[in-house]
Design a protein around this ligand. Structure first.
Ligand code: NAI
Length: 251
């Protein structure tokens, strides 16, 4: 079986990925700032919003593993600086630091969002941010290019999709590690309500009429787990929606 590291393992989508992966025979090492509520094969308690805490967490991970699922994230109701640190800079830093431990043929899966779909409108900014390598350089770049609180969640999910795409081929050629994003639509987890305050009642209602219902975590998790499997070995650099068709209604 494979060894899979899952961040955000203590709630929502991350917990479901851990459950499904273990059911499928994988060893799951969880990482979260909160204690997990399900049985895991290992757990590292860490705040994934600072480089120092991430470095300390990586030191506690197995010397070799097969996949990293970057699922931990905060909603846009959190301060913009925290959204930047956890959803983007921290995710990048963890991936970079973990990469030498990921076996050839391995996989990184980043959870983006349907709300990151508008990345082409800010492509130059996102590419420049992606080129600022390392947590500190990225943080410095963001101090010079501040992001409004109102749209910070969308901005950093866009940035994540662009960074994943631009970084993935290098890591595949040099390390044999694939990297993809999964972009969920609204999902019933503890943060679903935060999207009403982030987007406004009107947008949320409009979206609600374009889909049957929000998704459940166990409708997102199987794709994330499958992207870690050998069957997905020719999929890299992609951003795959799992949203009950919602994204297609914006075309
Ligand atoms: P959740 O709130 O149920 O789970 C998030 C987990 O991340 C929690 O266990 C939390 O403790 C952990 N976490 C947050 N900040 C952390 C930090 N600084 N250090 C360590 N762990 C931290 O939320 P959910 O819905 O499962 O979210 C998972 C991912 O899915 C997030 O990246 C979110 O942005 C994304 N997403 C969620 C959608 C939804 O409607 N629920 C829609 C689209 C994307």
């Amino acid at each position: 079986g494979k060894t899979i590291v899952v961040t955000g393992v203590s709630s929502g989508i991350g917990a479901e990925v851990a459950r499904i992966a273990r059911f499928g025979g994988a060893r799951v090492i969880g990482v979260d700032r909160n204690d997990p509520s399900l049985t895991l094969d290992g757990f590292v308690k860490a705040d994934l919003g600072t480089a120092a805490a991430i470095d300390a967490a990586v030191a506690q991970l197995p010397a070799r593993f097969d996949a990293l699922c970057n699922i931990a994230g905060v909603p846009g109701t959190a301060p913009a600086g925290l959204v930047a640190d956890v959803n983007y800079l921290g995710l990048r830093h963890l991936s970079e630091q973990a990469l030498p431990r990921i076996a050839r043929g391995g996989s990184i899966v980043n959870v983006a969002s349907i709300l990151g779909a508008e990345w082409p409108q800010r492509l130059a900014l996102h590419k420049a941010l992606a080129a600022a390598q390392g947590f500190e350089a990225g943080a410095r770049w963001l101090r010079d290019h501040p992001v409004p609180q109102q749209t910070c969640y969308q901005y950093f999910k866009e940035a994540l999709i662009v960074w994943s795409a631009t970084q993935s081929q290098k890591w595949l050629l040099e390390h044999g590690v694939r990297m993809n994003c999964v972009a969920p639509g609204p999902v019933f987890t503890p943060i679903l309500g935060d999207f009403v305050s982030m987007l406004g009642e009107e947008r949320v209602q409009a979206d609600a009429h374009r889909m049957l219902r929000p998704g459940f975590a166990d409708e997102i998790a199987p794709l994330i787990a499958w992207l870690c499997s050998d069957e997905a070995r020719w999929i890299s650099g992609a951003n795959i929606p799992v949203d009950g068709g919602l994204a297609s209604t914006y075309i």
